[in-house]
Design a protein. Structure first.
Length: 184
């Protein structure tokens, strides 16, 4: 059975098996999309579950003529992640384990991993402070690896607006991170 058939069955009959197939098909990419933004397995599992609940609650409104199901689902996921980072329950905290408590293989470069994670966390914190449109553009480009054309279609905005917003935000992020590096 195809994605289109699953969607039709869920929309017309509330078919549980088709809904499970649809969720199973998209679960890994949506979870990965969320995890790349949270770095928290449990939180990512919870948010992914909430995203799919939202998808199933609103699937009646999905119209394949307006765009692909994948784009529609990523819009739900992006909005959910943006809402989470704006919520009161979100607290920006870093947990650093002592090096003695971490079992690190000899070939593993722990320093590179920490630096990468720190950069991603700083970029994530920066993105969290942006307006909704900017957050959507950045999350879809950086964490879902969408093209500008796909983002423009998904957000129903001109591609030029998406590109402008992306490059403007990237310039500000770069300036902020360079200033922090020089000043810190």
């Amino acid at each position: 059975m195809t994605e289109h058939a699953w969607i039709r069955k869920v929309q017309r009959k509330g078919d549980e098996r088709a809904a499970n197939e649809l969720v199973s098909f998209y679960y890994r990419p949506i979870y990965a999309f969320v995890y790349r933004q949270t770095f928290d397995k449990e939180l990512s599992l919870d948010l992914t579950q909430e995203i799919f609940i939202g998808m199933l609650q609103s699937i009646q409104g999905f119209d394949h003529e307006r765009g692909s199901f994948k784009s529609w689902l990523y819009r739900i996921a992006t909005n959910h992640v943006v809402d989470y980072f704006r919520s009161r329950s979100y607290k920006y905290e870093r947990i650093i384990d002592s090096v003695e408590d971490v079992d690190v293989p000899e070939h593993y470069d722990f320093t590179v991993e920490l630096e990468y994670r720190e950069v991603i966390e700083k970029a994530g914190a920066f993105v969290n402070e942006l307006d909704s449109f900017s957050q959507q553009v950045m999350r879809l480009k950086l964490f879902a690896e969408y093209t500008f054309q796909e983002i423009a279609s998904l957000l129903e905005r001109p591609e030029s607006s998406v590109k402008t917003r992306y490059y403007t935000v990237m310039k500000k992020l770069k300036e902020e991170m360079e200033a922090e590096r020089v000043g810190g």
